[in-house]
Design a protein around this ligand. Structure first.
Ligand code: NAP
Ligand code: MG
Length: 406
């Protein structure tokens, strides 16, 4: 069978540890046998980020802006342990944070549902998608340890001159901590637009929640911008499609989500989205059963695996142990990226390949062949069999071959 040609360039961003090992297997066994792809490769292995003084991360983000579509493996965000482990020059920033700040945008995370795994929240029948604002707040904060008594102030100095505006944060009588965070109206507006666009596109209701009762300026600004955007640009379109937009306090949203049937987009601020997406993923089975895409307001897309580098499994692998790490999120990062590439290039055979790849992966799990994380949560069946990462990918490859030749 002839290989399928992917017309335009894909930006490939490699990563670390077990995720990197699965990444290579997915490429070699599921993609390269069937596709001619022109990839621009950026190696974000922690050592290469160190050698390039993290320039490679910036180059990768810039490449996505040039080509429109990228796919990223999980990467280590260094902490003190990692600095020692890899003998790093310094504590480099989170590559995801750097890329998100450059591309701006919103991260949409949607669980991958399979028939033989029911959600641990029995009310959830349809996927709950999280729309996470990917700019600002605590991810680009400035924080300080206070070691002695003194006054901490918030000061804004207008660029054009004029009197600085000051507010007291705390008169410290003893040691403590402070933190400054920010956001911009422009970024919140594009977050709102991205969420309304996504909900309309997927024909699902949109919920948005913040802590506006406590944060009467910061969180309330998010609420107001969403409200203005909705009234101005979406109310009519939503009504025509029978969809609704609903804002509520985050506490209330959490309580309601647990009782809902799912099938909604839940828009969340950066930190809330970080936390809630892990909760949703594990309720639907595993961290590895989640798709994730960063949608930038300028039309760039970055597909990624939402889980980390799976460090514990990697150490086991290094010691020669057999690992049963789940590559689903990596497979779906590639399929998502290929589908988008195919849509932008108007090459339906690439879109169809992406569909078949996903169907092959889902049907493998539904036939009972699964990695260890899923065996724990799958409906009990004599067909269920825990396999290694390699055996799982081989089984998907076999299904895919049949689908492509059928
Ligand atoms: P993690 O890699 O997500 O793994 C945490 C645990 O979740 C694993 O030990 C494993 O549980 C389970 N798990 C995650 N992905 C799995 C998969 N594909 N298959 C099976 N089980 C899976 O998080 P971490 O260990 O806290 O972080 C490791 C590194 O990843 C850190 O250096 C962190 O900076 C980085 N990280 C990167 C990203 C990203 O680039 N997107 C996101 C988060 C974290 P069991 O051990 O119980 O099997
Ligand atoms: Mg998280």
């Amino acid at each position: 069978m002839d290989k399928i040609k992917v017309k335009s360039t894909i930006v490939e961003i490699d990563g670390d540890e077990m995720a990197r090992i699965m990444w290579k297997m997915v490429k070699e066994k599921l993609l390269l046998p069937h596709l001619f792809m022109n990839v621009e490769y950026y190696d974000l292995h922690i050592k290469n980020r160190d050698v390039t003084n993290d320039q490679v991360t910036i180059d990768a983000a810039t490449a996505i802006m040039r080509h429109g579509v990228g796919v990223k493996c999980a990467t280590i965000t260094p902490n003190e342990d990692r600095v020692r482990e890899y003998n790093l020059k310094r504590l480099w920033k989170s590559p995801n944070g750097t890329i998100r700040t450059l591309l701006d945008g919103t991260v949409f995370r949607k669980p991958i549902l399979v028939k033989n795994i029911s959600s641990s929240v029995s009310a959830w029948k349809r996927p709950i998608t999280i729309g996470r604002h990917a700019y600002g707040d605590v991810y680009s904060n400035t924080e300080m340890r206070i070691n002695s008594p003194g006054r901490a102030e918030l000061v804004f100095t207008p660029a054009g001159g004029g009197r600085p505006v000051k507010q007291i944060i705390k008169e410290f009588a003893e040691a403590g901590i402070i933190q400054g965070i920010h956001n911009t109206d422009k970024s919140i507006e594009s977050f709102a637009k991205a969420c309304f666009t996504f909900a309309l596109d997927q024909k699902i209701d949109l919920w948005f929640s913040t802590k506006d009762t406590i944060s009467k300026t910061y969180d309330a600004r998010f609420r107001d911008i969403f409200e203005e955007e909705y009234k101005k640009n979406w109310k009519l379109k939503f009504a025509k499609s029978g969809l609704s937009y609903f804002f509520t306090l985050i506490d209330d949203a959490v309580a309601r989500i647990i009782k809902s049937e799912g099938g909604i987009l839940w828009a969340l601020k950066n930190y809330d989205g970080d936390v809630m997406s892990d909760m949703i993923a594990s309720a639907y089975g595993s961290l590895a059963m989640m798709t994730s895409v960063l949608v930038s307001p300028r039309g760039y897309y970055e597909y990624e695996a939402a889980h980390g580098t799976v460090q514990k499994h990697y150490y086991k692998h290094l010691k020669g142990g057999r690992t049963s790490t789940n590559p689903m999120a990596i497979i779906f990062a590639w399929s998502g990226c290929l589908r988008r590439r195919g849509e932008l290039d108007a090459t339906p055979h690439v879109v169809s390949f992406a569909d078949k790849l996903e169907e092959s992966a889902i049907s493998t799990i539904e036939s009972g062949i699964m990695t260890g994380d899923l065996l724990l949560v799958a409906d009990k069946s004599p067909d269920n069999k825990k396999v290694t990462t390699k055996a799982f990918i081989d089984a998907v490859a076999e299904n895919l071959r049949k689908k492509l030749s059928g």
